[in-house]
Design a protein around this ligand. Structure first.
Ligand SMILES: Cc1ncc(COP(=O)(O)O)c(C=O)c1O
Ligand SMILES: [Zn+2]
Length: 414
C-alpha cells in the first residue's frame, strides 16, 4: 500500500481517487488538466525519516519508496535506478565566481538518462492497472528507458518517435524489443498519434505529463540532492527543459522534502531551454500562465518540443520557487558540452549539457552572487547522440604511417 491519498487537477483543483483516473482531468483537457499526486505526509513521515535514510543501504531511488506511488512492490523491476553521483566541481565554482557548484550526473542510469526514474515507476503503474501493452511518444530517451523496463516486465511496447530521432536511441529501442513507429513529423506529431493509439487500443500511456506518475519518479533526483548535500538545498538548481516534466517533478521533490521537514529552505528552480524550442522561456518573459506553441528547432533533440505538455506545473514551479526560465543558443549548448567534458569528465548529450549552458548564461549576465550555490543536472549520456556531440568538437585525429618518424613529424606540424 502506498501513502497516496488522491490526485488533483493543476487548473480546477478537482480531486480524483487513484482508481478513478489514469491520465488528465476530463474537464480541463490534457495540457491544463495535468494531475499532481498527493500523499498522507504524516504517514510518510512515520515510514521515512532522515535518520532511517542514513541507515538505509539501498543504493537506488527506491530508498524513497514510502514517498512514491507504488501499491505493489513485486512489480518493481530489478534495475539500479537513481542514487547517481553528485560531484562537487571547484573548477566551475571558480570559473563562475560562485560559492559552490555540483553536477548531478543522471546519465549514470541504467539506460543512460534521467528518464529511468520515471519509467521505473510508470511500469509499476502499468502492471498495477493490468495493462496488456504500453505506449509512449518520446524524443527518444523516455522510450528507450521505458522499453528496458517493459522488456523485463514482459509487456508489449509501442513507441512513437519523430523520424529524426538519433540512431543510438532507436537502436536501444529495437534492442529492448519495442515496436518502433517512426512518425514522419515532429515529436509533437508523435505525441498526438500516440494519444490516439492509446485511446483506440487501450494501451497504457507513458507519455510525459499525460501520465501523472512520471513526475513522481523524476522527483527522486531532488530528494537525492537534498540527502547528498546533507539536507541543505542549494540556492539554484539548473534543469534542461523540453516538456517541463523533469523540472516540475524535481520541484515537487524539493517541496516534499520541505513538507516533511527534511530541508529548511527551498532552491530556486531555473529551467533551461534551447532558443529554438523555447516556448516556456517565452511564456516566462511574458509572465503568462500557459505557453504558445513554437516550431521547434534545435540540435538538442531531447528538448526539441513545440508545445510543452507539462507547462502549467512547470511555469508554476518557476514562479513558486522564485526561479525562472532562460533560453540558450545551440552554440552555447555545444560550448557547455565541451566544458562538461573537459572540466567534469562527463560526456553529455546536447540536452544533457543544457543546464550548464544556463548557469553560464546567468553568471555572465551577473545574475548570480559570489556566495550562491548551484546544482546542475546532467540528464542524458553523450553516447546516445554522437552526431550531436560532434558539434562540440573542433579537432581531428592525426593519421600517420606505420612509422614513429611520421608520428613525430605530424605531432610537430600540429
Ligand atoms: C536528456 C534529456 N534532458 C532533458 C529532457 C527534458 O525533459 P522534459 O521533457 O521533462 O522537460 C529530456 C526529455 O526527453 C531528456 O531526454
Ligand atoms: Zn480540471
Amino acid at each position: 500500500m502506498s501513502h497516496v491519498t488522491h490526485l488533483i487537477c493543476s487548473t480546477c483543483n478537482r480531486r480524483f481517487s487513484p482508481d478513478e483516473i489514469d491520465y488528465t482531468c476530463p474537464d480541463c483537457g490534457p495540457i491544463r488538466g495535468t494531475l499532481t499526486v498527493k500523499y498522507d505526509y504524516d504517514a510518510v513521515g512515520r515510514d521515512l525519516s532522515r535518520e532511517a535514510l542514513a541507515r538505509n543501504r539501498e543504493a537506488t531511488h527506491w530508498r524513497y519508496r514510502p514517498l512514491l506511488p507504488v501499491e505493489r512492490a513485486e512489480f518493481i523491476q530489478p534495475l539500479a535506478v537513481g542514487w547517481t553521483p553528485l560531484y562537487r566541481n571547484d573548477f566551475f565554482r571558480d570559473h563562475f565566481s560562485m560559492g559552490a557548484v555540483w553536477i548531478k550526473d543522471d546519465s549514470r542510469n541504467p539506460t543512460a538518462s534521467l528518464k529511468d526514474r520515471a519509467s521505473s515507476v510508470g511500469v509499476v503503474k502499468a502492471m498495477e492497472k493490468g495493462a496488456m501493452a504500453v505506449t509512449a511518444a518520446s524524443t527518444g530517451n523516455a522510450a528507450s528507458s521505458l522499453s528496458a523496463f517493459t522488456a523485463l516486465a514482459g509487456l508489449p511496447t509501442y513507441i512513437f518517435v519523430p523520424e529524426d530521432a538519433p540512431r543510438a536511441k532507436l537502436v536501444q529501442l529495437l534492442l529492448f524489443g519495442a515496436h518502433v513507429i517512426k512518425v514522419r513529423g515532429t515529436y509533437d506529431d508523435a505525441f498526438d498519434l500516440c494519444w490516439q493509439a492509446a485511446e483506440k487500443w487501450g494501451w497504457y500511456n507513458r507519455s510525459t505529463a499525460v501520465n501523472p506518475y512520471l513526475g513522481e519518479g523524476k522527483k527522486t533526483a531532488a530528494l537525492e540532492i537534498c540527502e547528498q548535500l546533507d539536507w541543505q538545498a542549494p540556492d539554484y538548481v539548473f534543469v534542461p527543459v523540453g516538456d517541463g516534466c523533469i523540472f516540475q517533478g524535481m520541484w515537487k521533490g524539493f517541496q516534499d522534502a520541505h513538507r516533511l521537514g527534511w530541508i529548511e529552505r527551498l532552491p530556486k528552480m531555473i529551467g533551461v531551454q534551447a532558443e529554438g524550442s523555447g516556448a516556456l522561456a517565452r511564456a516566462w518573459e511574458r509572465s503568462a500562465e500557459t505557453a504558445e506553441p513554437v516550431e521547434a528547432k534545435t540540435f538538442a533533440d531531447s528538448i526539441s518540443v513545440g508545445l510543452p505538455r507539462d507547462q502549467v506545473k512547470a511555469l508554476r514551479a518557476a514562479r513558486e520557487s522564485g526561479g525562472g526560465f532562460v533560453a540558450v543558443s545551440d552554440e552555447e549548448i555545444a560550448a557547455a558540452l565541451a566544458l562538461l567534458a573537459r572540466h567534469a569528465g562527463i560526456m553529455a548529450e546536447p540536452a544533457g549539457a543544457t543546464g550548464l549552458a544556463g548557469l553560464r548564461k546567468l553568471a555572465e549576465q551577473g545574475r548570480l552572487r559570489a556566495s550562491d550555490t548551484a546544482v546542475v543536472m546532467v540528464t542524458g549520456h553523450g553516447l546516445k547522440d554522437i552526431d550531436g556531440v560532434k558539434r562540440a568538437i573542433h579537432r581531428e585525429a592525426i593519421v600517420v604511417e606505420k612509422a614513429l618518424e611520421d608520428v613525430e613529424a605530424k605531432l610537430k606540424r600540429k
